[in-house]
Design a protein around this ligand. Structure first.
Ligand SMILES: [Zn+2]
Ligand SMILES: [Zn+2]
Length: 286
């Protein structure tokens, strides 16, 4: 299994010299098993470059999962090249109760006003699907289990298993405990944290929303984002092998993210900690 980060930024794309190394594109993660159609998580602006790359590969289908529909996770969708290749087949899934609701929510963007295209203009066939926390969906040799996150308006993370490997994508989310309580307080996990840690147990790689520092989180607790100390505690509880700090603040420069990586270079109680970088491949076979 291979994982590639196509967009690692939160909230708004921030191209420019200060973000050139870690990348300025917003959330998009690709997971691929050899010879299988890829699974893609979120279509932030990083999805544009991914789409171009996908058309160069032999596979002609892709499974796209949305965590939620805040614009930084949707903006790249109509710039995703497979949508314009009639030979391609797309499956688009999002948390909800009905496939039609997934289509309708994407359609709020592709409505001829916010974007010149409408849904009916897309040349490739697209199937829409609703997924629910705790209910695994099977796509080829992947098993994908949505998990409930803590974000205004709701969001689902995903645990992806296949080829004997396990990866999870947890953005956008605040801690599941209040300051001073549960894992956020350095104590025993609460019931929601126990359930999430069970879903993550032993994962090879988990990408977690760490947009804030711990101090920023206390100022912006209702914004629905997390911080590295909490992500590390969660991954330690779940015996995760590698944590990727993800959904970087648009204010974080390359120098800031270098410092973040240095601060976590020794890992955390056996959890290796890396800073997600646009274009980086994580090969889980090695
Ligand atoms: Zn976001
Ligand atoms: Zn969001």
């Amino acid at each position: 299994m291979r994982v590639r980060f196509w967009g690692v930024r939160g909230s708004i794309p921030v191209p420019g010299p200060d973000t050139a190394r870690y990348g300025g594109n917003t959330s998009c993660l690709e997971v691929q098993l050899p010879g299988e159609a890829p699974c893609v998580f979120d279509a932030g602006t990083g999805a544009r470059a991914l789409g171009i790359e996908l058309l160069r590969r032999p596979e002609r289908s892709v499974n796209l999962f949305f965590t939620h529909f805040h614009l930084d996770h949707l903006f790249g969708f109509p710039f995703f090249s497979p949508l314009f290749a009639p030979s391609y087949r797309l499956n688009v899934a999002a948390p909800g109760f009905a496939a039609e609701a997934t289509r309708e929510r994407v359609g709020r963007y592709l409505n001829g006003v916010l974007h010149p295209l409408r849904m009916s203009d897309l040349p490739a066939p697209v199937d829409y699907e609703a997924v629910r926390p705790g209910v695994a969906v099977i796509k080829g040799n992947y098993s994908i289990t949505p998990v409930q996150l803590n974000h205004p308006g709701g969001a689902c993370g995903y645990v992806i298993e296949g080829g004997g490997k396990k990866v999870a994508y947890l953005t956008d989310t605040s801690p599941l405990s209040r300051p001073g309580e549960g894992l956020a307080g350095g104590g025993a996990p609460n019931s929601r944290e126990v359930a999430l840690a069970k879903a993550l147990r032993g994962a090879d790689l988990v990408a977690v929303d760490t947009m804030f520092t711990e101090d920023e989180y206390f100022e912006k607790m209702t914004w629905g984002h997390g911080y590295p100390e909490y992500a590390a505690a969660l991954c330690r509880e779940a015996e995760v092998k590698r944590l990727a700090l993800f959904h970087h603040s648009p204010d974080a420069t390359d120098a800031d993210l270098d410092r973040l990586g240095e601060r976590w270079a020794e890992g955390y109680h056996g959890v290796r900690v890396v800073v997600a970088r646009e274009g980086a491949d994580v090969d889980l076979e090695g």
